[in-house]
Design a protein around this ligand. Sequence first.
Ligand SMILES: C[S@@+](CC[C@H](N)C(=O)[O-])C[C@H]1O[C@@H](n2cnc3c(N)ncnc32)[C@H](O)[C@@H]1O
Length: 228
Amino acid sequence: MTTRRDPKPRLRSRGGRTASQIRWLERQLADRFVAEAKKRGYRARSVFKLQEIDEKYGVLRKGLAVVDLGAAPGSWTQYAVQKGCRVVACDLLEMQPVPGARFLRGDFTDPDVQARLLELLEGPADVVLSDAAPSTTGLRNVDRLKSEALAEAVLDFAERALRPGGTCLLKLVKGAEAALRARVRERFSGWRLIRPAATRAESSEIFLLATGFRGGEEPPADPEARAA
Ligand SMILES: C[S@@+](CC[C@H](N)C(=O)[O-])C[C@H]1O[C@@H](n2cnc3c(N)ncnc32)[C@H](O)[C@@H]1O
């Protein structure tokens, strides 16, 4: 699929919409990823971010147990099911069922929701995905801190759920990765930051792919703590 942009389409009538609704609709109409998602029966254009990462780094394959955090409306879940994965999805919002996936409505940062997700998994996860995004304020530092906190919660869950060798893919606001670097290095053998082609030009999102979860290994000793 190309990423060429069409000249900006305009709505013929406002139909009682606000200016920001009009801007959103015109942007959707101009977006090739929206059109392609619709054509292929995906619920959101974000599927192409996961597809690109998966095609480059081989995240998903048949038989893997996958948790999809922040899953609604469900395009990542659809994609993972199509790849033959066993998917447990979770969102604050209701989600239309995706045949072949299990869904839990709730806040994945809540320990009770995490416990229920672990039950639904019926064993360790191979992959934890998170496209979850906190509501934004427009204040860069506040949004970065909210993104860091949500990403820490994803990592908390991933460290409980993943089998050794497992993978975690999570979305961040650019800049939030700095606060996570030490933890990710300690708990995973590899990691990289990815900005997929389907990420909108004006978006500050970035994806962190952490591979080779070290499992129950003790984290490397802190030299300062040892010296104390
Ligand atoms: C960008 S959308 C996900 C799109 C999805 N990957 C797809 O392809 O259809 C982000 C979702 O994260 C959810 N979310 C944000 N914080 C959450 C939380 N703490 N627990 C569960 N879901 C959360 C939101 O409700 C929203 O539906």
